[in-house]
Design a protein around this ligand. Structure first.
Ligand code: ATP
Ligand code: MG
Length: 224
């Protein structure tokens, strides 16, 4: 099978969001020991997948070697941003030992990707095993940053399990969408599972609406 580059289908960065992701990127660069980052949220549709993709692109732009992993094994969300002309295996195939070749090079310099692969019957179990941890630890040598997109915490514990073997969790928070108490509960849940919450991303904020004091380091990603 001919292996081509995976092409980006469309741009997800507005001018305002480019600036915002630079701020997050800088904060992460200055965070001690943060190389592998889990992106999650409380509820579905808060903007995790787009934020993961944008953060990965932002690191790639400054010549960091970046791997973006789609660990939303229940849905496989990253594929929609790419045109893939050849057959690819994804994370679920690696976790079930059906494939060892899962990394795809993209048309964005410095950005490689791992798609989610076939939806497995037991995503949480697959991610809990030592294979996932071993894959991540092996990849640490090949990349400056590894960004992992996950399902929301209201659906399953996948993000907490992933968070445990990564260096930090960034919570994507959609503006005016999540109750503060639910956000607090999820943060606690993550921490109880051994994940370290290192920041949050406030998404869909209108310029005159931001209360920056409520979050760690955040930025807005302007609604189109
Ligand atoms: N700042 C924004 N402005 C406008 N639309 C946005 C913004 N952020 C996200 N969206 C839209 O909201 C939808 C959900 O975004 P995305 O897929 O990134 O969320 P998600 O948290 O990964 O969802 P899921 O929980 O289903 O995985 C998409 O259609 C996306 O285009
Ligand atoms: Mg998603």
């Amino acid at each position: 099978m001919e292996q081509g580059l995976v092409e980006i289908r469309y741009n997800t960065m507005t001018t305002a969001s480019t600036e915002s992701f630079k701020v997050l990127r800088t904060n992460l660069i200055y965070s001690e020991g943060v190389q592998v980052i889990t992106m999650t949220s409380v509820l579905p549709n808060e903007g995790k997948t787009i934020a993961s993709f944008n953060l990965a692109k932002s690191f790639a732009q400054i010549n960091k070697r970046v791997l973006l992993i789609d660990a939303d094994l229940r849905k496989g969300s990253l594929k929609r941003f790419f045109t893939v002309r050849h057959k690819v295996a994804g994370l679920s195939e690696a976790l079930s030992r059906q494939s060892g070749q899962i990394i795809e090079e993209t048309t964005i310099p410095n950005l490689d990707i791992v798609f989610a692969g076939k939806i497995p019957p037991n995503p949480t179990e697959l991610l809990s095993g030592e294979i996932f941890e071993n894959i991540i630890n092996r990849l640490r040598n090949a990349y400056d940053y590894i960004i992992i997109d996950t399902p929301p915490m209201n659906a399953a514990m996948d993000a907490a399990i992933i968070g445990r073997v990564t260096d930090g969790v960034v919570l994507v928070v959609r503006n005016d969408f999540v109750k503060k108490q639910d956000l607090k509960r999820v943060k606690l849940q993550l921490e109880r599972n051994g994940a370290r919450v290192i920041g949050s991303v406030l998404n869909r904020v209108k310029k005159d609406q931001v209360d920056y004091k409520n979050y760690g380091y955040e930025y807005y990603y302007e609604e189109k």
